[in-house]
Write a protein of this length. Structure first.
Length: 223
């Protein structure tokens, strides 16, 4: 039986309109984006397969190449999934820039997690702030592999000068999913603190992004 033959309020699209997004599972939300399934598999079953084979929602949306390899996921369906992720990121960015100031790691953690968590390689990024801790910009500064990213302090200094930043929050992801600051992470943070202090830029935090809540080095007393 196809989804069109289901009772109306059990169909994903109709359920979303009648009861809101919270009433739908991840697979049902994906089904709404896909619009249709493939022969022998409805859109919800296809959504479940996508989630199962990709390793979860974040991995699915963050890996377009993996989506394209599954039967029935053509350019149009793939584009809808990628667009959904980008809209979510932009919404988080908008919420972040509308805050008057950043008062704690939670304020920036959700946004930075959305930017970095899904990536299969390591990225070091920086959130640039003015002297009232209002967001100026976020920039991906260095990209590496599963073994780490090479971060050059002089490039961080140049980026701070370019954005006229008074303070920064660093963030990098651990593709392994283990959000625990390594000795190298701590050493790098202290090196960058010392360099940026020379130009009057404060390092407020360094967030390590993995599975779950980002780990704040400031909250750990490591800054």
């Amino acid at each position: 039986m196809s989804i069109r033959e289901w009772p109306e309020l059990e169909r994903p699209r109709e359920k979303l309109i009648a009861r809101g997004c919270a009433a739908l599972s991840d697979a049902e939300l994906i089904a709404v984006l896909l619009g249709s399934g493939v022969p022998g598999k409805d859109a919800i079953a296809l959504g479940r397969e996508l989630l199962g084979t990709s390793g979860g929602l974040s991995a699915l949306l963050g890996n377009p190449g993996g989506v394209a390899q599954l039967r029935g996921i053509g350019p149009a369906k793939r584009a809808r999934l990628i667009a959904a992720l980008e809209l979510a990121r932009r919404s988080l960015a908008e919420q972040l820039t509308e805050r008057p100031t950043l008062g704690n790691p939670t304020d920036s953690g959700d946004y930075l997690r959305a930017q970095l968590r899904h990536l299969p390689y390591e990225v070091f990024g920086c959130l640039f702030l003015d002297n009232r801790h209002r967001v100026l910009a976020f920039e991906e500064l260095f990209r590496g592999t599963l073994d780490g990213a090479s971060v050059h302090p002089r490039e961080v200094v140049r980026a701070c000068m370019r954005h006229n930043a008074a303070a920064v929050i660093f963030a990098h992801n651990h593709p392994s999913g283990v959000a625990e600051p390594s000795p190298a992470d701590r050493a790098l943070t202290h090196e960058l603190q010392a360099v940026l202090q020379l130009i009057g830029v404060r390092v407020l935090d360094h967030l390590v992004i993995g599975i779950g809540v980002p780990v704040s080095m400031a909250a750990r007393g490591l800054l």
